[in-house]
Design a protein around this ligand. Sequence first.
Ligand code: CP
Length: 311
Amino acid sequence: MQLSTNHLLGIKDLTIDDIHLILSTAKEFKEVLQRPIKKVPSLRDTTIVNLFFENSTRTRISFELAEKRLSADVLNFTATGSSVSKGETLLDTVNNILSMKIDMVVMRHSATGAPHFLAKHIPVSIINAGDGINEHPTQALLDAFSIIENHGKLEGTKVTIVGDILHSRVAMSNIYLLKKAGAEVTVAGPPTLIPKYIQEAFDIRVEYNLRTALEWCDVANILRIQLERQNQVLFSSLREYSLSYGVNKKLLDSLSKKITILHPGPINRGVELSSDAADSDQSIILQQVENGVAVRMAVLFLLSNRSTSIN
Ligand code: CP
């Protein structure tokens, strides 16, 4: 089977068959990653460049490890210290890199639509590793994979996404994926951080009371407050936000059932999530990070058009 697309720009563009194919391929790669020898030759002689124009820890390391586990040749580019600071355009930067015979591009950029722009201008597959406030498709895929591992399925599973929905590409990709897969979705947070259109546009619930939103769900995906993307004050203080929308162990223990806690990272400990909740047995945050490698191996493998066998 093959994906219906040459790029992974967003979950919005994927079919449900694409999503199932990526998740089932990731399951096979997760088994590979449990072996003593974790490397397979699937992408031997394929050269991949990781273009990171915005900071990243998890996504950048996870893609690089996934590429190396697949035996690809890997180049890493970060905007800091590059000729971007001398005024070089995005297209010139990428064309210069591509002239060195690159086969695939993984890209993170603070501008919404940057990978979509590149996909129109260069002849290789592009994977969006997060663009502005638009999408972060591999994060949603690894979140879905982790939910299935813990709850068996997405269909009918109740997921609450808590926090800064307005600025969150993770929230957008999760909403697209969960709705396509038949999960039930609530978004929760202060009214100023939840777009007005979202309920109708995506057929999801909006809840301003955190306890009610958590009592309803099986899984809560807690988002980081993205101070770097806020150009106006949307809540009075981090302390105030934490008092109304911070998830802690005491709150989790007071619910009528045990829910699963996800967080895409990096965590603002003590703001959206307390340490006792982040480090509790209800949290699968490190499992998400582990699954990210298998999911990214699956995406890279399927987009490489070499989907014969994994080995
Ligand atoms: N989840 C995520 O995108 O983390 P990084 O910003 O560290 O890549």
